[in-house]
Design a protein around this ligand. Structure first.
Ligand SMILES: Nc1ncnc2c1ncn2[C@@H]1O[C@H](COP(=O)(O)OP(=O)(O)OP(=O)(O)O)[C@@H](O)[C@H]1O
Ligand SMILES: [Mg+2]
Length: 210
């Protein structure tokens, strides 16, 4: 038997505005982020950016290559567990998506250094990633998600693994940088502090807007 993780969820997210997605465990928050970020295909419905259909159950969205390319260049995703390439420095981790997108190495480096400065990690740019704290890694992950100047930034419980002070610092950075770059920000969270900062609140319950 198939049980839809989301049903009848119709939502619009505006440039430069932040939306907190809240709801009980299993209510579909991560599923919504994954479908909207083109990481999972919808089994019905569609995902649009401006006038472009990105992903649709009827196959009318972007093809595989175009979708990957779009994700790389226009979408940033901050995962809960902030995976890093441990053989690369924080600076190199942040540069990576820009280099994949064809940005010249010197330009990618300049962008990455600027972002690391804005997240307060200039002094850690060349450290071994494994020596960074959880909050520091999460800030590297935010810089990496922003390096290609995405139109939409997604974050799935970005503060869940952090103490409250570090969580607040990470949220300061995430919200400020998304707003400064004019990106739409979608944050799935159980944290009321996130909801308090957001422009909009989308509540899910049992896969539906509550
Ligand atoms: N890959 C999968 N296969 C089958 N069911 C899944 C899969 N991923 C999620 N689900 C189910 O879809 C529903 C929504 O899950 P989702 O991960 O979106 O919830 P969530 O709101 O992010 O929860 P949490 O707060 O625990 O992270 C749940 O019932 C979950 O068990
Ligand atoms: Mg989740």
């Amino acid at each position: 038997m198939q049980v839809p993780a989301l049903a009848h969820v119709d939502a619009t997210f505006a440039a430069g505005e932040a939306t907190a997605i809240m709801g009980p465990s299993g209510s579909g928050k991560s599923t919504l982020l994954h479908v909207a970020a083109l990481l999972d295909p919808p089994s019905s419905g569609s995902v649009w950016l401006d006038a472009t259909c990105l992903s649709a159950a009827d196959g009318s969205g972007l093809g595989d290559d175009a979708r990957s390319n779009f994700r790389l260049r226009r979408l940033g995703f901050v995962h809960q567990t902030y995976p890093m390439v441990v053989s690369l420095t924080p600076l190199e981790n942040v540069m990576l998506p820009a280099e994949y997108a064809g940005v010249r190495r010197a330009d990618a480096r300049a962008r990455a250094l600027d972002l690391l400065a804005r997240v307060g990690l200039s002094a850690r740019a060349d450290r071994d990633v494994r020596t960074l704290s959880g909050g520091e890694r999460q800030r590297v992950a935010i810089a990496r998600a922003l390096v290609n100047r995405p139109a939409v930034v997604f974050a799935d419980e970005p503060t869940a693994a952090l103490d409250s002070v570090t969580g607040e610092q990470v949220l300061d950075v995430l919200f400020a940088e998304a707003r400064a770059s004019g990106a739409a920000l979608l944050v799935a969270t159980h944290d009321p502090n996130v909801a308090a900062r957001a422009d909009h609140l989308l509540r899910l319950s049992g896969g539906r807007i509550a």
